[in-house]
Design a protein around this ligand. Structure first.
Ligand code: MF3
Ligand code: CO
Length: 249
């Protein structure tokens, strides 16, 4: 395993990519309402990415057909936008998007409540987001990778939620997926030492029920085995001597 370290100039480019990606998410957010289809959201993303002069990172990746992953309710990640998937009040929708600007990737996901959702699902969203923030707090020079993983796991399992094992976060840079893998589970104090210049996509995928997932026959959509709803939040984060720098905020 070789973890690539980025120079300050490279991190500046990744920051530009991350800010652009945040603008894409911000353009989509107001359209996450009952009656919108996930293809409506895909079109907004594609138009915004083009307007800002970037490239969609996911489209064509191992044959993936879209700029967004749109995963509804029991779908965990990698849901494919479709005209036929129309949002309803009470749904939870994860939107994952990646951009390439000047050769550098950014990757970020948000899970939205569509209208009013159940209190337990509201808690699922809040706890998953809080676990990402706890993980970011651990992205410090001198800590170990396991400190990030353990932060997510402890925050989510304390509330009875299931931490997905089959998908993990990742290093990111001139490729979407670089070393190291960033699991959302595991012991603190283990794994590679974190160094200035590492850039990680940290992405808790958390289920209201058990952690098990399976992939649907479309070859992409991952769903919970028990049918429980799932949440996903992701930021691209640079480790610097001044502390964690969230590139996609
Ligand atoms: N954000 C996802 C990841 O980190 C990327 C989606 S996979 C794709 O792996 F195929 F949709 F690109
Ligand atoms: Co990612």
């Amino acid at each position: 395993m070789s973890i690539m370290l980025k120079s300050q100039a490279e991190i500046a480019k990744m920051r530009a990519s991350g800010i652009l990606l945040r603008q894409v998410h911000d353009a989509i957010a107001p359209h996450v309402v009952p009656g919108a289809s996930t293809m409506d959201l895909e079109r907004i993303a594609v138009a915004k990415i083009a307007e800002l002069g970037a490239k969609a990172a996911f489209k064509g990746y191992h044959g993936y057909p879209a700029a967004l992953c749109t995963s509804i309710n029991q779908e965990v990640v990698h849901g494919i936008p479709s005209e036929k998937r129309v949002l309803q009040e009470g749904d939870v929708l994860s939107i994952d998007c990646g951009c390439i600007l000047d050769g550098y990737y950014s990757d970020a996901a948000v899970t939205y409540a569509v209208g009013k959702i159940s209190p337990r699902h509201q808690q699922l969203l809040e706890v998953t987001q809080a676990s990402l923030e706890a993980a970011i707090e651990q992205a410090q020079v001198g800590n170990r990778l396991g400190d990030i993983s353990h932060a997510v796991q402890s925050v989510c399992e304390a509330q009875g939620f299931g931490v997905v094992r089959d998908f993990v976060g990742h290093g990111i840079g001139r490729a979407m997926h670089e070393d190291p893998q960033v699991p959302n589970f595991g012991p603190a104090g283990k794994g590679p030492r974190l160094k200035a210049g590492m850039v990680l996509a940290i992405e808790p995928m958390i289920n209201a029920g058990g952690p098990e997932v399976r992939v649907l026959p479309d070859g992409w959509t991952a769903v919970t085995v028990d049918g429980s709803y799932s949440a996903h939040f992701e930021h691209t984060v640079a480790i610097t001597r001044e502390g964690p720098l969230v590139l996609t905020r």
